[in-house]
Design a binder for this molecule. Structure first.
Ligand SMILES: [Zn+2]
Length: 273
């Protein structure tokens, strides 16, 4: 199996990697977490779901993408009251991810896409993408896969909240690996909601704020997992994969224009930011 058929980054040899670079495959970096997801789901939810979406993209378009090993840890201190959760400081997360994206940029890959599965990573992956684009000759973008599936999910959705260990995530996990979901322990819970603020700030709040989850839930769920089904998960997976395939095609064609310097005098090109 060569670079045109293999879509898993680290299954290639360095010699095959030269072929992948020549093909200008888009690099996908799944980012997740090791974080409590209620009594019914394992701690790997965000990592497993984001990586599964990326691997399915690879299966459908092996000649266009390479999927990096996932980042299995994220910003999680707000879940630390639940046993097992691992927290990475945001500065560490950003620096670690940018080291990875700059490495693939160094080798010659021009287009990189971070595919996130953990909501609290969102502001961090936005910065990872920006720091990579501004600090290399490659382009890096970031997407939260859930955003690509929300419209499709609305056609099958029974409960209103899309947040955490909820109908959405539980459905997708049920579709991918039902043997690891303990539906007999599935439950529902809500955050604290004011007029302007909510303690999980997932939607429709102008002021964002995330409290320690140990202050407002004993279950570790935000939303309602009891209505999750594998069929809803299939709808989610298909929409997310279709969305990323569209992004990949557009990203591959995206031009990298030469920068036009408007200075009339010399600039200090040696400065390292
Ligand atoms: Zn999650």
């Amino acid at each position: 199996m060569g670079a045109a058929e293999e879509y898993r980054y680290n299954r290639l040899t360095w010699a095959e990697m030269n072929d992948a670079i020549a093909m200008q495959k888009v690099i996908l970096l799944p980012t997740g977490s090791t974080e409590q997801h209620g009594r019914h789901l394992p701690l790997d939810v965000d990592t497993f779901l984001a990586e599964s979406v990326c691997l399915e993209v690879g299966r459908r378009a092996p000649d266009k993408v390479l999927v990096l090993p996932p980042i299995a840890y994220g910003l999680n201190l707000h879940h630390i009251d639940f046993p097992g959760t691992i927290h990475i400081e945001p500065e560490t997360f950003i620096a670690f991810c940018v080291n990875i994206t700059k490495s693939v940029a160094y080798h010659g890959f021009k287009k990189i896409l971070v595919v996130n599965g953990h909501g609290s990573n969102q502001p961090l992956i936005d910065l990872v993408a920006r720091k990579t684009t501004l600090g290399s000759d490659s382009l890096c973008a970031a997407v939260h896969y859930i955003n690509l599936a929300i419209e499709a999910f609305k056609t099958v959705q029974d409960t209103p909240v899309i947040a955490h260990a909820d109908e959405f995530e539980t459905s997708l996990y049920l579709h991918l690996a039902p043997e690891r979901v303990q539906m007999e322990h599935a439950g529902a819970d809500n955050d604290v909601m004011g007029k302007w603020l909510s303690s999980d700030s997932t939607a429709n709040y102008a002021v964002r704020f995330n409290d320690y989850w140990g202050r407002w839930t004993n279950l570790g769920v935000h939303g309602d997992a009891t209505t999750a089904t594998a069929e809803k998960g299939r709808v989610i997976l298909d929409a997310a994969v279709t969305g990323i395939l569209g992004i990949v095609d557009e990203w591959r064609d995206w031009p990298i224009a030469p920068r036009q310097d408007q200075h009339t005098g010399p600039v200090q090109g040696g400065i390292r930011w």
